[in-house]
Design a protein around this ligand. Structure first.
Ligand code: GLA
Length: 729
């Protein structure tokens, strides 16, 4: 069993592939303490690590310094107000106005498999993949039960966690914070890595030293956000891509989050992660339960690269679902950068005709097909086809596209309403708002209150009616603003703070309905690009539009940062026009193709207007995508370059699981004058095996390729790229 309870030491030992995670119940009061997290160890009892024989002793030995004990003990799930002054995970508000709580071990159970989390996305696994431990703790004063849930994935270095809080009293209680996980590290000499950005500039990697005090990334925007991803990693100060201990944490959630590191007085470091307590509240009536979202913890003893590959394996096999999970996605052409709002049936068919000749397999009609939508100022919520633009209706257009042998996809922004819409005129109170206060507009739209069932039902019916009306094979689900003025006119005052989380649960419920009724539709999430690129969304859609910045060079950074956590198969990536619409940069068409290869691969430009030379390249690019897609989607990713540190080149390598094949994607960002060829050592191959360079037929050992490397030469100019394909001989 990968999870053991040792009665003698009262300790729990969780063993993932190369990882051990240990907790113990100590003292008569039954404190649950964190003992160890790191490389796998065989020992049953390492409780000495908690230093319980040093002052401040456990309370039963010396209650005089109870507070010192609470404030230094590595608590497994810290609570507020009783003497642990570091960041707590749980805080309440009682009828009397008290906020303190304290939990103690009561019981536990261990079982095969993994439970679902009610209403929330989560990783999954069967009885052969994983084992679960539930530890029930209680606050006897409040009559509150806290169930800590841990699942170990046996073949991966992954432990997942979540928390259930149950009100066993006969009075209401308000939860004002319920984080999902805490780990107290017995060291502070670590670096922290987080992913930051803005619209069109997501996933920029930031590395800094852990310092005394608090360092956090968070969102209070109602979605995970462009600005920060719900991820953090702690690592040895000298950890690199390939060496050193790295601990990755990722929250499976799509709303407000907190990911925080706190350097504490005795040079320990507390990590906490969960729903952002900022503006959070949840009323629990007697017998009600609150479930906090899942945190995925990954341990790597081989640097950041191995952490990423573990996240990728977990998400590809145990998070993403549906038909397209491990499958090649159709090569699409999206109308957004090709036409924006300016299209009609004829124009779309012209685009489709040309695209189909080039081998493109699906036309996606983006924003602008409904209501009176000719700009982003109106009509969100009115999911009725604009027949002035789509003459003959949607079915006619889809049928004509199908006749060309192409599939058809469509864009929605289901969570929004424009003030200038029939929906808003009929139901002005259906958006998130504070009565009497004028709401803050963003892109001239408000957010629909998806915490309300009648609003969800309307949205679902209007979206699904369209989907039922024609042969639609793909949906892009967009979400183009963040939440403000959070309130509604249905919940009582003491439940208003629940709206943030109820909104996210509402989105999940809608996506669940959609993917259940339309299991064959390929769903791509989007939030103005990567504003909601998180594991919660990946549970419903195997791919997410990574960024509105489609410039190949900007994308190198964005894709590099995103690959810290998310598999390449999840990253929406298109070849677009030049000068690039966001940044104005001009890059070769070929390079745009090489960069989009590390993603879902599609087009987003008017193929009727590009040069013949570029057009001729499209069938070859699609051939390249077909050839390497399986390797890229299902192989192991090794990052070789780092565009945040070196702006001369980016290089990634994909190695098949059996190590018989490798693809190196090399992009020269800025050329360097008077320089010899660049030597690039490869990674992840079999040392003793021999590999043939498919282009030159030269054969080298894995050892030579990994220690000596390959030489990159002959790339003249900036923004040039090249592929190297090696096959085992
Ligand atoms: C967002 C998306 C774009 C496009 C537009 C349409 O910005 O990220 O890809 O769909 O909305 O309005």
């Amino acid at each position: 069993m990968p999870i053991h309870y040792y009665e003698k030491s009262k300790s729990f030992k969780l063993d993932a592939k190369d990882t051990s995670y240990i907790m113990a119940v100590v003292d008569e009061e039954k404190f649950l303490g964190h003992v160890y997290f790191g490389e796998r160890i065989p020992d049953e009892d390492v409780n000495y690590l908690m230093r319980l024989d040093e002052p401040p002793y456990v309370p039963s030995k010396n209650n005089r310094d109870r507070m010192s004990f609470l404030d230094s003990f590595p608590t497994e799930y810290p609570t507020s107000g009783l003497g642990d002054f570091r960041e707590p995970c749980l805080k309440v508000l009682t009828k009397l106005g008290a906020t303190a709580c304290g939990i103690f071990y009561k019981s536990h159970k261990i079982y095969k498999g993994k439970p679902k989390l009610n209403g929330l996305p989560a990783t999954f696994g069967n009885e052969d993949d994983c084992t679960t431990l539930e530890i029930t703790c209680v606050d006897n004063h409040l009559n509150l039960e806290v169930i800590l849930i841990y699942t170990v994935f046996e073949d991966l270095d992954v432990i997942t966690r979540s928390v259930k809080v149950k009100n066993c009293s006969d009075e209401d209680i308000i939860l004002t914070r319920v984080l999902s996980a805490c780990v107290d590290f017995d060291r502070i000499d670590m670096d922290m890595v987080t992913l930051h950005g803005s619209w069109a500039r997501e996933f920029h990697v930031k590395r800094r030293k852990v310092e005394l005090g608090k360092q956090a990334v968070s969102s209070s925007r109602g979605e995970t956000s462009h600005q920060a991803n719900p991820f953090l990693a702690l690592m040895d100060r000298n950890a690199t891509e390939d060496f050193g201990e790295v601990y990755g944490f990722n929250l499976v959630y799509s709303g407000n989050f907190l990911a925080q590191v706190e350097g504490c007085q005795f040079d320990t470091t507390r990590v906490v992660m969960g729903i952002n307590p900022f503006d959070f509240g949840w009323k629990l009536e007697p017998q009600e339960e609150f479930v906090a979202p899942e945190v995925v913890m990954v341990y790597s003893n081989e640097g950041i690269g191995k952490m990423s590959r573990t996240f990728h394996d977990l998400y590809r096999n145990h998070l993403i679902r549906g038909e397209y999970k491990n499958k090649r996605r159709p090569v699409l052409i999206n109308s957004w950068e090709a036409a924006y709002f300016d299209f009609d049936t004829d124009k779309l068919l012209r685009l489709a005709r040309e695209a189909s000749k080039l081998g493109i397999e699906m036309l996606v009609m983006d924003d602008g097909w409904f209501g009176k939508r000719n700009s982003d100022n109106c009509s969100l919520g009115d999911w009725v086809v604009n027949e002035e633009k789509l003459k003959g209706g949607l079915k006619y257009l889809v049928d004509e596209v199908n006749k060309l042998g192409m599939k058809f996809g469509i864009w929605f922004e289901p969570e929004m309403v424009s003030p200038d819409s029939d929906l808003y005129r009929a139901h002005p109170d259906w958006c998130i708002h504070i009565d009497g206060r004028e709401g803050t507009l963003c892109r001239n739209q408000y957010v629909l209150d998806l915490s309300r069932k009648e609003v969800r039902d309307y949205v679902y019916e209007s979206v699904s009616n369209i989907l039922r009306s024609a042969n639609i094979k793909y949906v892009k689900w967009d979400m183009n603003r963040q939440l403000s003025d959070v309130g509604n006119c249905v919940l009582p005052p003491d439940r208003q703070r629940e709206i943030w989380h109820r909104y996210v649960l509402g989105v999940y419920e809608l996506m669940d309905r959609l993917t259940t009724e339309f299991p064959h539709i390929l769903l791509e999430n989007c939030s103005g690009g990567g504003g909601r690129f998180d594991p919660g969304m990946l549970y419903f859609s195997p791919q997410i539009w990574l960024s509105d910045d489609t410039d190949a060079i900007e994308r190198l950074k964005i894709q590099h940062g995103a690959s810290y956590v998310y598999p390449v198969s999840t990253m929406g990536a298109h070849i677009s026009d030049c000068p690039n619409h966001i940044i104005g940069r001009i890059t070769p068409f070929e390079t745009r193709g090489l960069v989009a290869l590390s993603g879902t691969f599609g087009y987003e430009l008017d193929v009727t207007k590009i040069s013949q030379e570029d057009k001729d390249m499209i069938p070859k690019q699609i051939e390249m995508y077909n050839k390497y897609n399986n390797l890229i989607y299902n192989g192991d990713l090794y990052r070789i370059g780092n565009p945040f540190e070196n702006i001369e080149f980016e290089c990634v390598e994909y190695v098949s699981k059996d190590k018989n094949e490798a693809l190196v994607v090399y992009i020269q960002i800025l050329n360097r004058s008077n320089y010899h060829s660049r030597r690039i050592p490869l990674k992840g191959l079999q040392k003793d095996a021999f590999y043939r360079n498919e282009e030159t037929n030269e054969v080298f050992s894995g050892s030579a390729l990994m220690n000596g490397g390959i030489l990159i030469k002959g790339l003249q100019g900036d923004f040039r790229g090249k592929l190297f394909h090696f096959v085992h001989v």
